[in-house]
Design a protein around this ligand. Sequence first.
Ligand SMILES: Nc1ncnc2c1ncn2[C@@H]1O[C@H](COP(=O)(O)O)[C@@H](O)[C@H]1O
Ligand SMILES: C=C(OP(=O)(O)O)C(=O)O
Ligand SMILES: O=P(O)(O)OP(=O)(O)O
Ligand SMILES: [Mg+2]
Length: 888
Amino acid sequence: MAKWVYAFGGGTADGDREDRDLLGGKGANLAEMATLGLPVPPGFTLTTAVCTAFYDNDRQYPDGLTDEVEAALADLETKVGKAFGDPANPLLVSVRSGARASMPGMMDTVLNLGLNDETAEGLAKLSGDRRFALDSYRRFITMYSDVVLGVPHSTFEELLERFKEDRDYQLDTEVTAEDWAALIPEYKQAVESELGQPFPTDPRDQLWGAIGAVFGSWMNDRAITYRRMYDIPASWGTAVNVQAMVFGNMGETSATGVAFTRDPSTGETGRYGEFLINAQGEDVVAGIRTPQCLTKAMREKMHDRQPSMEEAMPEVYAELERVFEKLEHHYRDMQDIEFTVEQGRLWMLQTRNGKRTARAALKIAVDMADEGLISEEEAVMRVDPGALDQLLHPTIDESYERDVIARGLPASPGAATGAAVFDADEAERRAKLGDRVILVRVETSPEDIHGMHAAQAIVTARGGMTSHAAVVARGMGRPCVSGAGDIKIDAANKRFSAKGRTVSEGEMITVDGATGEVLAGEATMIKPELSGDFAKLMTWADRTRRMKVRTNAETPADVQTAVDFGAEGIGLCRTEHMFFDADRIAAVREMILSDSQDGRVKALAKILPMQREDFASIFRIMGERPCTIRLLDPPLHEFLPHEEDDVAAVAEATGLSATALMERAQSLNETNPMLGHRGCRLGITYPEIYEMQARAIFEAQAQVEKETGIKPVAEVMIPLVAVARELEILKARIEAVARDVESETGKAPEYLIGTMIELPRAALRAGDIAAHAEFFSFGTNDLTQTTFGLSRDDAGKFLAAYLEAQIFDKDPFVSLDQEGVGDLIRIGVERGRASRSELKLGICGEHGGDPASIGFCEGVGLDYVSCSPYRVPVARLAAAQAALRAKS
Ligand SMILES: Nc1ncnc2c1ncn2[C@@H]1O[C@H](COP(=O)(O)O)[C@@H](O)[C@H]1O
Ligand SMILES: C=C(OP(=O)(O)O)C(=O)O
Ligand SMILES: O=P(O)(O)OP(=O)(O)O
Ligand SMILES: [Mg+2]
């Protein structure tokens, strides 16, 4: 029989951290902490299997669940010595979500459950603090109504605000016990008016209501968005944790807080966190009050005048410090911890591996390896290659004169510029149109997640470093300034003001998430420094990986950037990019529009010296690293002149009439150019084009060898081969050019000839093709396009609908379709290698920079991946992780 409910607390637990699939991360770690002997309020976990069964059975619970919950509740009552619903000695519980993967703030939690008029009075008597009891009661009504009954939080906020205004109160702390006693009936009345039925008073009804709502929150919009963003399957489900309440709102010796064992923004060692005296956990994470610092060091750094927890509660803080130490050693990773202090007694409410910026992930991984806590290989596995991207992005140039309009907390590092917007939907709308936007909000709620994702950076007027905005922004790598109190947002008129200045929607601002500053205008940015920890981790990754990492680049600047990032070769130099250059396009047009071979040869002679110099400048940078140069690929159609001026320029160069040229252009026009006169088909029909290019490559090699004494290595790549004979013919011609250049220069070029595999037929007939190819490079952009029959230029129009309908899990042009396109690659590799065992194999489609696709490339045994320059470090790390996974 399935077991649906697992207990924890009192030094033991039914499960442990290995059970996170079943108990969710929160439940598994609560169980683990309980067994470690840490002070965890006892409770029990309804497993993720209950959630799955609930959704599979039309929101019905599985048989036996009610009995198991009753038994667990009775056991909990015994453990804490209180009874659920007993006015004389009431047990209150929290009902908390918690999935396998942490989804901070995305699902629901209800605190203080079990309160009604009688138990609230009982709690007042028992605690001797009526204000505390009524404060807990009003919190419960508010939270339960919002989460379970669908009566929004704002209903109660408005009642409270009006009440405070009438009495001239500024803060919630001024509201007395009598005041709460007067307000609570108003709260309940508001619920009854809204729902037509009274607020539930039976604690068991409340419990099942909350359990249902928390399971239901697995399917709320923000949880769905978050799952999509982080690839979390809907089938995982959430667990529900029912836990005895401890109270941080029991006066000045009580508090609640969130802490990280290392700084989640920078990775610096030293505790980092916030706490609030006389408050409950939600107050900190929701950013309702701006909290106090955890440590003295942090307070001094932030110039905060309020005492830190280390200073205000030294004894409890010392105990907390011991817990940090224990947890970090136990989990061997930075921990994100939620705790509550009830009248001087510390209680642990959650621990999880802390979300962190890429910068912090890197520092923590390297530091922990240096401290001997983890191995170098583990450090390599700890950094998400995709997130590394964040480190490669610019920061504000120091010499830039900053026009600071507001200051807040440096909640997530990095800098970005964009147009100010004040609403998440608008941020998303503008971003879709290609605008860079900065989302400016009073505070963010999880409903804003799509807007935060669409924005370049986030600014909030309220909230601390652990507010929702800060945590989510760090996870996404978006710069964030939170708690910028100077900012007054006028949402109705779409503008904000700060220090007497006004910024309207659409005006450009800059956010510096490292300093907490918001600047007017667009700042100048500089490239990041990639030494220190970054270089160290990369060295460890390079030691570990099997596959080489090359780059797709053709301009000297890009090639240099890629080499600086550690590229070990060029995997794709697209020569057509050199053809489109403004001062060459006229000669290219002259070549394609001339109707004779002589005319083409004449035009190509103009291009040859330019191409030679292009290649020479690349070889000078690349030295002995191999350079794959792809001969002309795009359809001639793409080079045709469209404007009258362009036609006139070609007419002048060729001596042909504009009318004759237009007729010729018309005849070259294609209905379906991507499947038309392109790739090797051009080489076959206009041999002089590829001959010129081959000559430019070989002559450039000879020239650079003469200049530097270093022998450049060229890999001449023929695109769009479908039939082995195409390659056979073109290879013979290129070899003839190589021989000519050798006899003219006295230098034998070092080269290979190979092909791209970008058509299904080429993959299927890889055996025949390999008879003529010394290497294959999988052109997975076109191979995806041709395998799906899906235009890569037009798919954007309906891709969103395909992702929405779960026809595609991911955009197949971004992450390789490992089943379909992957099968063709597998076949290509097998048949190619069977025909030529030393065949060199690589990938040069965009997928070469995508970590999941790189994992696939490792699995099929490619020799290298090639990606755009800024992706090179990502690929180095992803290749190392793939190698480690393959080993394990
Ligand atoms: N049992 C509890 N006692 C006191 N405070 C609690 C309890 N359970 C949760 N909390 C606080 O609520 C927030 C949010 O809960 P999540 O379930 O982690 O979302 C948490 O920070 C705790 O401080
Ligand atoms: C790398 C490729 O070439 P391009 O993107 O230039 O078509 C490819 O098709 O995968
Ligand atoms: O359990 P998690 O980590 O998903 O988050 P939260 O604490 O917000 O529930
Ligand atoms: Mg939590």
